[in-house]
Write a protein that binds this ligand. Structure first.
Ligand SMILES: [Zn+2]
Length: 263
């Protein structure tokens, strides 16, 4: 898998003596969580994993060299059962995903690390990340943080409909990949599909509503796309990447500064 994480920030490139020398009270370890799942006809299975690494790598590059932040190897597989039925989707069950995070938390706690952030870029993992951040805090005394996607940036220039319902293989994900790995985007294979209209709020929606129905992708998106990738440009991708990296870097710095947990 391609990586944008600087070598000197890659936890797995250290040897154990170097790890042992890291200051436990300040060091923040980042565990990326993503997915290997269908992303329509035009984006690769690894889209969420590539975007995670791209954004995190650029965020870490913005941190001063003395800020002790290291990226752990990512959990490539996520809970993607919404996309099963599309060949190539490789999903973990909720219990497996949570067990993997718990075991990694146990290993880090045994090595006396105190700060861990779960950095997630796949929507299907989000609720499990929230559960595990609290459980790792409770079970191991880890100061655990959750960080999601692009850090809440406003995506300047993005249409409100796309902002509300372009959440899978739409303009944003396509733009990030056009900026970073255009060779992995098939621009001749775009499909467009909106699962709801942001101007006509129905009572019962698949997302972004008080009343929702649990959806599978095959119920609402034949091609696997939820959004419109056609307006995506590498220029916007690069602009949003820089904005997201700035926001994520600020969040990481705030986590480094945050007090450790009382055991
Ligand atoms: Zn995605």
């Amino acid at each position: 898998m391609k990586t944008w994480i600087p070598d000197e920030r890659n936890f797995a490139y250290l040897n154990w003596k170097q790890v042992d020398a890291l200051p436990r009270d300040k060091t923040l370890l980042v565990l990326p969580t993503a997915a290997i799942e269908q992303h329509g006809h035009h984006l690769p299975l690894a889209t969420d994993t590539l975007i995670n690494n791209l954004l995190l790598g650029h965020a870490i590059k913005k941190l001063p060299a003395e800020v002790p932040v290291y990226a752990l190897p990512p959990v490539h597989y996520g809970k993607s059962n919404e996309h099963l039925g599309f060949p190539g989707t490789l999903s973990l069950s909720a219990s497996t995903f949570m067990a993997v995070l718990r075991d990694l938390g146990a290993s880090l706690s045994a090595a006396r690390f105190q700060k861990l952030v779960l950095y997630n870029t796949h929507g299907g993992n989000t609720s499990l990340i929230d559960v595990m951040a609290r459980d790792l805090r409770a079970e191991f005394g880890l100061r655990t943080f959750a960080l999601h996607g692009s850090g809440g940036i406003s995506f300047e220039g993005l249409d409100p409909q796309e902002k509300a319902y372009g959440f899978h293989a739409g303009e944003v994900e396509t733009a990030f990949l056009l900026a970073a790995v255009p060779e992995l985007v098939d621009r001749s294979a775009y499909t467009v599909n909106y699962i709801a209209d942001s101007k006509k709020p129905e009572l019962l929606l698949p997302e972004n509503a008080a009343a929702t129905f649990a959806w599978l992708t095959r119920d609402i998106a034949d091609s696997g796309v939820m959004g419109d990738p056609r307006p995506a440009t590498a220029e916007n991708g690069a602009k949003w990447l820089d904005a997201a990296a700035t926001r994520l870097a600020a969040a990481l710095q705030a986590m480094v500064n945050f007090p450790n947990a009382a055991k």
